[in-house]
Design a protein around this ligand. Structure first.
Ligand SMILES: [Zn+2]
Length: 478
């Protein structure tokens, strides 16, 4: 047994179970023995093997990321930031995202690089929503993070022959087989001896899965008390496709087939019936979401880059919909994502009061934990996991520190996060990740992107080369 004592922290964000809220504490002590918190209050007098001086620091609960694609998104840096298809609802899904296909070694390295970014931004639990890859469990276990593996599968793939129409190629048997393989991964994650891996069911997208596959996914999730997560209401194209198929909105169809329940997570739930780009004549999607207890995985950054907003996160919260945050894209900087979530909600609702940083912090911690069906993470309370970070409140970018969360999210970002612990084990020390060879991962990521870009013309319907598809920000001088 090893006991660590963070002594006399200037600030602490402690969980008040009775009030179901985070609260600031001043001059408090935090103690953990092995993987569990044993003291979160003033005046610890017991023994400790390691003492950390809390003066000039804030102790913050580990952040919970419920949606990310770490094995693919890092490759899109320098390419996709300003890429979307105006003729396909501004989305990048159908014309561009399929064009960069890195090899297996590069995907592994990208995932580790993404995890290093997540850890440095205070994320202690994340959801890895990816196609299965070699070494997946071992890589994540060795990284030190707490990970929910979401091996994705589907019955169809989408493609476009012309950049303005999306078509689907179906193979239902392949979908069922991939789901069986995914179940094996989910089951082996829970049994992994690291104790930090678990899993969810991940039927990839509402428009690429049969009703049968979705219902089998929900049943398998319920049998394991695991979440199930699907991309839905994520694009105009998908909304139109689902209404053409069923005469119902995506959320309405999911509710009617029995897929919406309190273990379901909907990523991204943007294009609901009342979204201003949709103009569907009937309303009720958000009420359906609230009644079902399903959660939303909210990832504002990637959509905002394409001019797309979830319109009023605050309204979702007021209706009682549980919301967690995710980094659907790079950078895997969760504090940055929290800033986007806070600001964009105010912009889309045209009101400074539409939401607050407190609401967003709730989503980034206990909202995400609830979506993942866990009550032992995302909060600092006795008995919970020792997943936490230390923020350097003396960092110049935070000054003056009247309200440390505001200083961190609106001004300092992840720069001030110096130390991160997962399961009581330190994984970031003095701002550096101790569990991942980040330089090696960057080398492999860079090699993998360069190689993948050689293949864009064969993957693209118009046979464009990379520099045509992804133009540089400024012209190149010869
Ligand atoms: Zn996604």
């Amino acid at each position: 047994m090893t006991t660590t004592h963070v002594k006399n922290a200037d600030w602490m964000i402690a969980w008040n179970e009775g009030e179901s809220r985070h609260e600031y504490l001043r001059g408090a002590d935090l103690v953990f023995t092995d993987d569990r918190l044993t003291f979160v209050a003033h005046g610890y007098r017991g023994p400790a093997d390691r003492e950390i001086d809390g003066r000039g620091r804030m102790v913050m609960p580990g952040l919970v990321n419920i949606h990310s694609h770490p094995a693919s998104e890092p490759f899109n840096r320098g390419l996709m930031e300003e890429r979307g298809s105006p003729r396909l609802g501004m989305s990048s899904l159908y014309e561009y995202m399929l064009l960069v296909r890195p090899d297996e070694d590069a995907r592994r390295a990208a995932a580790l690089f993404a995890v290093s970014e997540l850890l440095k931004s205070g994320v202690t639990t994340f959801t890895d929503y990816s196609a299965a890859r070699a070494g997946w469990l071992e890589d994540l276990a060795a990284s030190g993070i707490r990970a929910c593996l979401a091996p994705s599968y589907r019955s169809a793939r989408w493609f476009t022959r012309n950049g303005h129409r999306v078509e689907y190629e179906w193979n239902e048997a392949a979908g069922r087989e991939a789901m069986s393989a995914a179940l094996e991964i989910v089951d082996s994650a829970v049994k992994h001896n690291s104790g930090r891996l678990f899993g969810m069911l991940a039927p990839a997208q509402i428009d690429t899965c049969t009703e049968e596959l979705l219902l089998a996914s929900a049943e398998s999730a319920k049998a394991r008390n695991a979440p199930v997560q699907i991309h839905a209401s994520q694009s105009v194209v998908e909304f139109r496709e689902m209404t053409a198929r069923h005469g119902k909105t995506p959320i309405q169809w999911l509710a009617d087939i029995g897929f919406l329940y309190d273990g379901a997570i909907i990523a991204h739930c943007i294009f609901v019936d009342e979204h201003s780009w949709i103009r569907w004549p009937y309303k009720g999607d958000l009420e359906r979401m609230a009644a079902s207890g399903a959660s939303v995985a909210h990832c504002p950054n990637i959509f905002a880059r394409r001019g797309i907003l979830l319109e009023d996160f605050g309204k979702y919260r007021r209706l009682g919909i549980n919301i967690g945050l995710g980094t659907d894209t790079f950078p895997h900087n969760f504090i940055d994502e929290m800033r986007w979530a806070t600001v964009l909600c105010k912009v889309s609702a045209e009101s400074v009061e539409a939401t607050s940083l407190g609401d967003v912090f709730h989503a980034a911690t206990v909202g995400g934990a609830k979506a993942l069906r866990r009550d032992d993470i995302g909060r600092l309370a006795v008995g919970c996991k020792a997943d936490l970070s230390l923020v350097d409140l003396t960092h110049p970018s935070l000054q003056p520190v009247r309200d440390p969360l505001k200083s961190l999210v609106f001004s300092g970002l992840e720069r001030a996060i110096t130390d991160v612990f997962v399961d009581g084990r330190q994984v970031v020390a003095d701002g550096a990740v101790t569990t991942i060879d980040v330089e090696a991962a960057v080398r492999e990521l860079t090699r993998g992107q360069a190689k993948a870009l050689e293949g864009t013309s064969s993957a693209d319907y118009a046979h464009r080369i990379a520099t045509e598809i992804f133009p540089m920000t400024l012209p190149m001088r010869n």
